[in-house]
Design a protein around this ligand. Structure first.
Ligand code: DC
Length: 234
């Protein structure tokens, strides 16, 4: 594997359609790093809450205040010794679980729409991919972060299917919420992520669509691996 060309795999798509599941599996197969770019925007949102701030206050900041706010945020990824998966740390604290709560999910889209926030996160994401050999998932990876990625996958699935999967995942983690709450959150984030002015979620012209409404994890991985191997051999 080591003598094979190293590529960038960019996976974009709607909320809760299994991007991170596929991205982690591809990263494991290729022995690449995996970066969850959505987790970075979630960590910024958590920092805002730690400071007892609301999104409107963040939006109202002047450039100098925003710079100070962003400079307070140190995001790092470390491999978990147990799961061998990369987990996100905010200022040295593992927040991988805390950032997945509905409280954060409800606020992250407007936070991620702030231009200065995006600029800082994109710089960091591009730094991670500087030597290629990376799988990154998000909303604008194939369009803005790595427009030159060798493989771009655009994932989608029926909204009902996505809501049901996320609902079961959150329930299994012990969160008490209804299927409708999860559905509304997904619908609202899709709407906000596709309609924002800066780097909205959209399919890159050279991305391949993967609709996994009727696919299980193994089936979607088999399809993606064909594309991965083609991209490496190309
Ligand atoms: O992938 P996720 O659901 O954890 O992402 C959380 C939010 O972050 C998502 O609703 C939109 C935003 N996001 C973004 O704007 N750009 C990215 N590259 C990744 C996520």
């Amino acid at each position: 594997m080591s003598e094979r060309k190293k590529i960038i795999v960019a996976i974009d798509g709607y909320s809760s359609c299994g991007k991170s599941t596929l991205a982690k599996a591809i990263a494991k197969y290729l022995h690449y790093n995996y970066i969850d770019s959505g987790a970075m925007y979630r960590a910024v949102t958590l920092h805002m809450l730690h400071k007892n701030m609301v999104v409107a206050e963040l939006n109202a900041m002047n450039p100098e205040e925003m710079k100070v706010f962003l400079n307070e945020i140190k995001i790092t990824f470390h491999l978990s010794p147990e799961t061998k998966l990369s987990e996100i740390y905010l200022n040295g604290v593992n927040v991988d679980n805390e950032i997945r709560t509905m409280g954060i999910s409800d606020l992250v889209s407007p936070v991620s729409a702030i231009s200065a926030v995006r600029k800082r996160m994109v710089e960091k994401q591009q730094f991670y991919g500087g030597h290629r050999g990376i799988v990154m998932d998000g909303r604008d990876i194939g369009t803005t972060v790595f427009p030159d990625a060798e493989l771009k996958i655009f994932m989608t699935a029926d909204k009902e299917v996505r809501a049901k999967r996320r609902y079961e995942e959150l329930r299994a983690k012990g969160y008490r919420l209804t299927l409708d709450e999860v559905y509304q959150n997904i619908a609202s984030r899709d709407q906000q992520d596709t309609s924002r002015s800066e780097s909205p979620l959209r399919q890159a012209n050279d991305a391949i669509v993967l609709d996994n409404s009727d696919l299980n994890e193994n089936e979607q991985m088999a399809i993606a691996l064909e594309w991965v191997n083609q991209a490496i051999e190309a």
